[in-house]
Design a protein around this ligand. Structure first.
Ligand SMILES: Cc1ncc(COP(=O)(O)O)c(CN[C@@H](CS)C(=O)O)c1O
Length: 398
């Protein structure tokens, strides 16, 4: 049996999304910017896709949604656009973010630091949550942008974006959230949260890889990252991947419907809870950050005495796909930075395994995964020269 449990890394394209994308390869293939019918033929479904995207995040008609290549590009567009507009050409020189952002935020901020920009990386508490009061205390007259992820890709922890949005609104600081792990998992409402920008990637909610979005509230426009043609009103040059844009719109529509979100909250979270509970029956296992305030599909579990990579190998041999943390760091055998941010000890930071489910997982798959995981833990602990069952040491290490 093959069981895919790494949906925070990427998801399968929903077959309905794939059907909607098909015509734009060999039938309706004109350039959307061409004036002839081959180009104009792409417009109706592109407009429909944009309508779905606006509806999915509750964007106002006057706001903008720029089609990008992925969330990484969207994150870079905001951070570097703010740098150009408010720091290089303005009187600001400070950005606030968190210690547990995705590298697409952290690396962009680190680059700005090499250019003389001050960046504050706010810590998370023992539950892996960033407290909104820390944002308020960090804001100064020089602050150009607050950028805080909506949900963490490794722990699933959901951050207080509505509270932070109110703080940014009252202090007049631009507010961005990396919503990559939020869309399709719980309601995302950019107006309710007073957001100026959000980033997202279609392949996180059963759309195609290589296409993403950047929401820009009216009046918060920033200098583009890419210059060239007049696509996206000059905000993102380059011929639009029509098939992927249509796919992303349909994926958003299917993932954010009331029924879909209810399914995530009820069915998917119950499968996650069943898998998690079975693993926690094993001694010296713990959910990193605890079970509260998480996306419904994610669990990051530390299994003392079992290296994350060894577990992944064992799972893979049995047809199960999971990860030790974010896929983009999976080649890096360093301790998991998110777990380090929690203050967990180094040994523990190497023992995290992330399981992230989707609406396409079944109870039969989870029952199979439970058997494989329990067997792998027993086998790997038996092979470990350093592991000896010590019931109290594990709990105190976090
Ligand atoms: C919060 C967050 N922000 C940005 C990205 C980047 O998405 P791209 O489509 O690759 O640009 C990701 C992708 N996180 C994957 C791959 S590293 C994970 O395994 O956790 C993310 O989770």
């Amino acid at each position: 049996m093959e069981v895919y449990l790494d949906n925070n890394a990427t998801t399968m394209v929903d077959p309905k999304v794939y059907e909607e994308m098909k015509p734009f390869f060999c039938d309706i293939y004109g350039n959307p910017n061409s004036l002839h019918k081959f180009g104009a033929g792409t417009h109706p479904k592109m407009v429909e896709a944009l309508d779905f995207l606006y509806e999915g995040i509750n964007a106002a008609d006057e706001d903008d949604i720029i089609i990008t290549g992925n969330a990484t590009e969207s994150n870079n567009t905001v951070i570097k656009g703010i740098w150009v507009d408010k720091i290089l050409n303005g009187d600001k020189n400070h950005i606030i973010t968190s210690e547990v952002e995705h590298p697409a935020i952290t690396a962009a901020c680190k680059f700005l630091e090499t250019q003389g920009v001050k960046v504050t990386y706010l810590p998370v508490n023992e539950e892996g949550i960033l407290e909104a009061s820390l944002v308020r205390d960090a804001i100064t007259e020089e602050t150009a942008l607050v950028t805080i992820m909506w949900a963490n890709n490794e722990t699933g922890k959901i951050f207080p974006i509505k509270e932070i949005g109110l703080i940014c609104k009252t202090t007049g600081v631009a507010f961005h959230s990396d919503a990559t792990q939020a869309i399709g998992k719980f309601p995302v409402d950019v107006q309710e949260c007073n957001l100026d920008y959000i980033s997202f990637s279609a392949h996180k909610f059963h759309g195609p890889k290589g296409v993403g979005g950047l929401y820009v509230k009216k009046g918060s426009e920033v200098t583009p990252l890419l210059h060239g043609g007049e696509q996206m009103g000059g905000n993102r040059a380059g011929t639009v991947d029509v098939a992927s844009m249509v796919g992303m719109g349909w994926a958003m529509h299917l993932a954010t419907s009331t029924m879909a979100l209810a399914y995530e909250k009820n069915h998917v979270s119950k499968l996650r809870d069943k898998l998690e509970a079975a693993i926690l029956e094993l001694p010296e296992t713990i959910v990193i950050g605890g079970k509260e305030n998480r996306t419904p599909n994610t669990t990051l579990i530390s299994i003392r005495g079992v290296e994350g990579e060894s577990m992944l190998w064992d799972l893979n041999q049995n047809g199960i796909g999971a990860s030790t943390g974010s896929a983009c760091a999976s080649e890096d055998l360093e301790a998991n930075p998110v777990m380090n941010a929690f203050g967990s000890d180094s040994e523990l930071a190497h023992t995290g395994v992330r399981f992230s489910l989707s609406r396409f997982n079944t109870e039969e798959q989870i029952d199979y995964a439970i058997k494989v995981v329990q067997g792998a833990v027993k086998r790997l602990r038996g092979l470990s020269s350093s592991y000896a069952y010590a019931p109290e040491s594990h709990k105190s290490a976090l």
